[in-house]
Design a protein around this ligand. Structure first.
Ligand SMILES: *[C@@H]1O[C@H](CO)[C@@H](O)[C@H](O)[C@H]1NC(C)=O
Length: 155
């Protein structure tokens, strides 16, 4: 098998295992400012309604999403929260510098991907968690990309 075939095959396999996750918009963000077009979580055990990704504890899951900002930025800030009923609680592990997870600068109208490795430690409680991911300009926080997605942490 030629190198190209191996590359193509790997790309194909990666596509098969990358699961498109259900996501919703954040109240504080608008599509006009930043449009999220896809969210992928790998691995993801979909439930039958495909409403959430089941992930086992003690695994690292890759969370990747495609976004198209309507702003330019050289300095992005990122944060991940557990959007609990009583408010957003920081979910540990993410670097505040968003440029670690997506290439900077970003330009208005250009679609980019942000990729983050979510580390699910052994001590996390089991159950459903609504995660909220924010990516914004460090100087102007109204320049915001944001979405929510539910994961089910499994044993
Ligand atoms: C998850 O990622 C961290 C940091 O890269 C690494 O130390 C750890 O071994 C990984 N865990 C698994 C289960 O792959």
């Amino acid at each position: 098998m030629g190198l190209l075939n191996i590359v193509l095959l790997s790309a194909l396999l990666a596509t098969c295992f990358a699961d498109e996750a259900f996501f919703s918009a954040c109240d504080e963000a608008t599509e006009e400012t930043c449009k999220i077009t896809a969210v992928n979580i790998t691995p993801c055990q979909q439930d039958k309604h495909k409403s959430k990704c089941g992930i086992r504890r003690k695994t690292n899951a890759t969370l990747a999403f495609d976004y198209t900002p309507s702003f330019d930025s050289t300095n992005l800030e990122s944060a991940i929260y557990w959007a609990s009923k009583t408010g957003d609680l920081p979910f540990p592990g993410m670097d505040k510098n968003g440029c670690v997870y997506t290439s900077c600068p970003v330009a208005a109208g250009q679609t980019q991907t942000m990729t983050y490795e979510l580390q699910l430690g052994r001590k996390l409680p089991l159950g459903n968690f609504l995660l909220k991911l924010k990516l914004n300009d460090a100087d102007d926080k109204t320049k915001l990309c944001c979405f929510k997605t539910t994961i089910q942490i499994k044993k």
